[in-house]
Structures are given as C-alpha cells and as structure tokens.
Design a protein around this ligand. Structure first.
Ligand SMILES: N[C@@H](CCC(=O)N[C@@H](CS)C(=O)NCC(=O)O)C(=O)O
Length: 245
C-alpha cells in the first residue's frame, strides 16, 4: 500500500499545498490505491518538505521523484500516448508551475496582508497557544528567506503579479479548448496543472494574478473537469486518511 504524507486539506481543497495535491491528483489519475496521512509530519520527511510517500518500507521524497518512482514500480505510464515534443512541453510547464508561478502565489498567501490573515488562520488557527503565536512568525520568516533566495521575492509586488499573469497566459493559450492538457487523454502534467491552478483559482486570496486567471475561463473549466474526474463532486478528497488533531 502506498502511504502519502501530506499537509491537511485547507481552503476547501484536497490540499492547500499544490505539491501534495499534485501527487494525490496523480495517484487518482493513475488509479492507484493509497492511504493519506494528513497530519503534516514535516519532521518525518526525508528532505524536510511534504509530500513524501512510503511504499513497502521505502520512503520517497519530492513530487517529481515520487511520481516517476511509483509509475515505474507500478507499471503505470500516463504519458505513453505523448510524443517526445509533448513530453518536453509537459516538463517545461511543470517547471513553470512549480519553480515560478508557485512563488508568485506563495507571495500572495504569505506576504500580502489580507492573504496572510487568511493563511495564518487556515494553517495555524487550530494550534494550541503559545504555538499559535510563535510558529506562524517563524514559518513566515523562513519563507521570506526562501523567496528572496529564489529571486522572486526581490521583485516589487506588481512585478511579481505581471510575471504570474504571463505564466497564466502561457497555460491558458496552450490548453485552449482541449479537455486535458495534451488533448483527449490525461497525462502526468495534468496532475501539476490542476493542483497549482486550483490552488490559485479556488483559494479565497484575492490578487491581480488570480483575477487575471479568472478571465481565462478555459482554466476554470479545466480545473472543474479534472477535479470531477479525480475527486468527484466534493472539493475535499474523501479516501481513507489520517487527519490532524
Ligand atoms: N520540490 C518539492 C517541493 C515541496 C514543497 O515545497 N513543499 C512545501 C509545501 S508546498 C513544504 O513542505 N514546506 C515546508 C517547509 O519548507 O518547511 C516537491 O516537488 O515535492
């Protein structure tokens, strides 16, 4: 059995971490049974980040390695119908989502005052005192260092939003009216695209990039379609899971 270690659901999504939601979406696209541990056990994570999975005693960290390893191990290839060119496009868009757009969205959640008020409540509101006072400040301080180190955090907020809007346009233009990212069948990139777009469009943190994404209506329709396929009607995943608290 595959055990997926991830953060708890948040903002009404299967997961408020797009990386965790990407792996859970992929597991469902692949039709692999799994159990989810939603306690946010970062301290157990081999690389200090979630998600990671445990399968037959092996621990695999990082959404990219998790998907590649499980695909190989379980003999699942969601990309067997893709050309080499489409696979290359998948990788480039996955990097755009994870290494670029992610940081723009992270800024809106953690560093814009309204976003932070909500994030603080959703991520840390259930913690007992005095942790509830200390942990959010420490987590935020760590992320400030990370976003600065990445480089995104050195831009002015309106510059970050402009960069995010360019990402959104590239995604919307490539998707067009196709049901899935590459046409009529799902592939691996759909797990990432769905997770990162839903974590922008469906989270109640207002931002210019979210408003821009909402004007590209094919993205919203795509998220609804992938979500219905993978998770059914409810936006919170319902498979057997171990929840926080
Ligand atoms: N490259 C990793 C990134 C995972 C990641 O950044 N996870 C974040 C949550 S979205 C995390 O665990 N943060 C906790 C921390 O940095 O302490 C992947 O693809 O899984």
């Amino acid at each position: 059995m595959i055990r997926l270690y991830q953060f708890p659901p948040g903002f009404g999504l299967p997961n408020a971490s797009p990386f965790c939601m990407k792996v859970e979406t992929w597991l469902r696209l692949a039709g692999l049974p799994y159990e989810a541990d939603n306690r946010g056990l970062v301290m157990k994570a081999p690389k200090g980040k979630l998600p990671f999975v445990e399968v037959d005693g092996e621990r695999i960290a990082d959404s990219d390695f998790i998907i590649r390893r499980l695909a190989e191990r379980c003999g699942v290839d969601l990309d067997d119908h893709l050309s080499a060119e489409q696979r290359a496009i998948s990788l480039a868009f996955t990097r755009l989502l994870e290494e670029h757009l992610y940081w723009v969205v992270l800024h809106t959640r953690w560093f814009e005052p309204a976003g932070w008020a909500l994030t603080r409540q959703v991520f840390f509101g259930g913690m007992p005192l005095p942790l509830r006072l200390v942990v959010p400040t420490l987590a935020r301080r760590g992320l400030r260092r990370q976003i600065h180190g990445h480089g995104m955090g050195r831009h002015a907020p309106d510059e970050m939003m402009a960069l995010g809007c360019h990402d959104i346009d590239a995604l919307a233009d490539y998707l067009g009216d196709k049901p899935w990212f590459h046409g009529d069948r799902p592939s691996t990139v759909d797990a990432a695209a769905h997770a990162f777009l839903a974590n922008l469009l469906w989270v109640p943190v207002d931002s210019p990039v979210k408003r821009h994404a909402a004007t590209r209506a094919n993205l919203g329709r795509y998220c609804e379609r992938v979500h219905a396929h993978c998770f059914g009607q409810s936006r919170v995943a319902s498979r057997k899971r171990v929840d926080a608290g």
